[in-house]
Design a protein around this ligand. Structure first.
Ligand code: SIN
Length: 531
């Protein structure tokens, strides 16, 4: 019997864990725009939060997550994540992920906002270990095919009695310059985040918001795009991407200091250097501005040197490679864009508002993170909702009564015609310049601290730039850099427009013109219908 086909866009933890589940009953095609390991997952340093410690309990993890989320978490979704998380972590180990152990037990780290040690990790390179194991499990699976360097440009959408139905995607083999149509009755969008929308980010260059942009263009609902998390400790000077110094160092005792040696967080928050990320990032931003200083310092002297070498080899080697004497001087750090809490709205099973389109991972808005994500909750959210999405996909493929799905199970993965118009240059100087312009504009006007004036200016400018880019798009043909810029502009505009709608300050969204939280008017998600 022919197996139903499933298309997965993205090769991070959300896409690969879903693929491994769906391959139990389907024939799965995973596509990724660069090489297989180019994903945000691969760059994740911290780990996965799971209430596994002897003093821990899902109820405590729930309480910490709700507190960080500042009133906007969807409680039922958080309950699902903290309840099902430990089983999913166990599954990762069965797929071959080697988490750090001490005396045979999982070694649990601590990060900001957590009241207990609950971060399951592999040194400070957890994402890399997860990606390694999942890619190797996928490579062994005969019902999964992974194609690299295939850039999905847009989703294929048809009218359906319920509204719109996704029947696959159009992709660009950008190294050969050919267009490819991928048809499947079920598509999982797992294309990751959008950190590249900002000038300074810990996200790899592939994180251009492709998934959110294409889902929005396909008519999917998106929500809470104003909640962008800035990580307080990216290595200064920032590279592209910025080198992330894990929050787990502060969990082990490292302290944030100003350049004169005084404690940055003293008198600001009872949790001190381990306060939640929004609070710490804003404090650093404020002090750097007030003192006209380029960075602050992370003092690692409270952590024994042997512990530093054993638990944080990434930070130690990264600093040494750049000539930073971290034990003598501390680590120079600044905030950088890190995580998108909003995204494509999904239900409790990972289904988007477009039939046939599921979403999981950073691209999705599940309601778990609210106005501020608790550290290390994202990989957890990804595995829990990819598991649920795989269940939903299975039920859709096997409707009650056993009838066939209405969309033909066909994946056309051979080239079938050129893209419309000539193929544009892959990364012309002009495209690079326009990308930098968008990222600078976002950093200045839609960053850690916002104003009504800056947001209005950003929305106007981005709307005009998007129109210009769409026009160029139809005239010049497609290229990898052009597709990414088009998506960056779409997502940048969604972030700025959502931020302008929220006339209060809450969690990661801080507007000096509306510095207070306003529960009467804004205790709700900011939802935008797809175009
Ligand atoms: C970190 O290690 O600081 C990053 C972890 C996360 O973003 O959840």
């Amino acid at each position: 019997m022919t197996r139903p086909r499933v298309l997965v866009i993205g090769s991070g933890i959300a896409g690969l864990s879903f693929a491994l589940k769906a391959a139990e009953w389907a024939s799965v095609l995973v596509v990724t725009k660069k090489s297989r390991a180019d994903s945000n997952t691969n760059w994740a340093r911290g780990g996965i939060a799971a209430g596994l410690g002897p003093d821990d309990d899902p109820a405590l993890h729930l309480a910490d997550t709700l507190r960080a989320g500042d009133g906007l978490c969807h409680r039922d979704r958080v309950e699902a994540v903290v309840r099902e998380g430990p089983a999913r972590v166990q599954e990762l180990m069965e797929w071959g992920v080697r988490f750090h152990r001490e005396n045979g037990e999982l070694s649990l780290g601590r990060e900001g906002g957590h009241s207990r040690r609950r971060i399951v990790r592999a040194g400070d390179r957890t994402g890399r270990e997860i990606e390694r194991a999942l890619l190797s499990a996928v490579a062994r699976h005969r019902h999964i095919r992974l194609i690299q360097h295939l850039l999905v440009v847009d989703l294929l959408v048809e009218a359906s009695p319920e509204g719109r139905r996704c029947v696959g995607a159009v992709a660009l083999d950008h190294r050969r310059g050919v267009q490819v149509e991928l048809r499947a009755p079920t598509t999982l969008l797992a294309a990751g985040g959008a950190g590249q929308v900002y000038l300074h980010t810990t996200n790899p260059t592939v994180a251009t918001g492709d998934g959110i942009a294409m889902a929005y263009r396909a008519g999917a609902r998106v929500a809470n795009m104003e909640f962008v998390q800035f990580h307080p400790t990216a290595l200064y000077p920032t590279e592209d991407p910025a080198f992330l110094i894990s929050e787990a160092l502060r969990g082990e005792g490292a302290l944030l200091r100003l350049q004169d040696g005084s404690l940055l967080m003293e008198g600001r928050d009872p949790m001190g250097s381990l306060a939640s990320r929004d609070v710490v990032a804003r404090a650093i931003h404020q002090e750097m501005g007030r003192r006209r200083q380029s960075h602050v310092l992370l003092d690692v002297s409270p952590i024994p040197r042997a512990t530093m070498e054993a638990r944080f080899p990434g930070a130690v080697e990264g600093c040494r490679a750049r000539g930073i004497e971290l034990f003598a001087t501390g680590i120079p750090v600044v905030p950088a864009a890190h995580y998108m809490c909003g995204g494509v709205v999904t239900d409790e099973m990972g289904r988007s508002s477009v039939e046939g389109l599921l979403a999981s991972g950073e691209v999705a808005f599940t309601g778990v993170h609210g106005a501020n994500r608790l550290a290390s909750n994202s990989l957890l959210e990804a595995v829990v909702f990819s598991h649920r999405a795989a269940e939903a996909a299975r039920s859709a493929a096997e409707p009650p009564g056993g009838g066939p799905s209405r969309v033909p199970h066909q994946v056309l993965d051979s080239p079938h015609g050129p893209p419309e118009g000539p193929l544009g240059p892959n990364a012309s100087e002009a495209l690079t310049e326009r990308r930098r312009l968008v990222r600078t504009l976002m950093w200045n006007d839609v960053g850690i601290v916002r104003t009504d004036r800056g947001l209005t200016r950003a929305v106007d400018r981005l709307t005009a730039l998007r129109a210009e880019e769409e026009d160029r798009w139809t005239r010049e043909g497609w290229s990898l850099a052009g597709v990414e810029l088009r998506n960056l502009l779409e997502v940048a505009r969604l972030i700025a427009a959502s931020a302008l709608l929220r006339k209060e300050s809450r969690g990661l969204h801080f507007n000096v013109d509306h510095p207070e939280r306003d529960d009467e008017r804004f205790l709700a998600d900011t939802t935008l219908e797809g175009r």
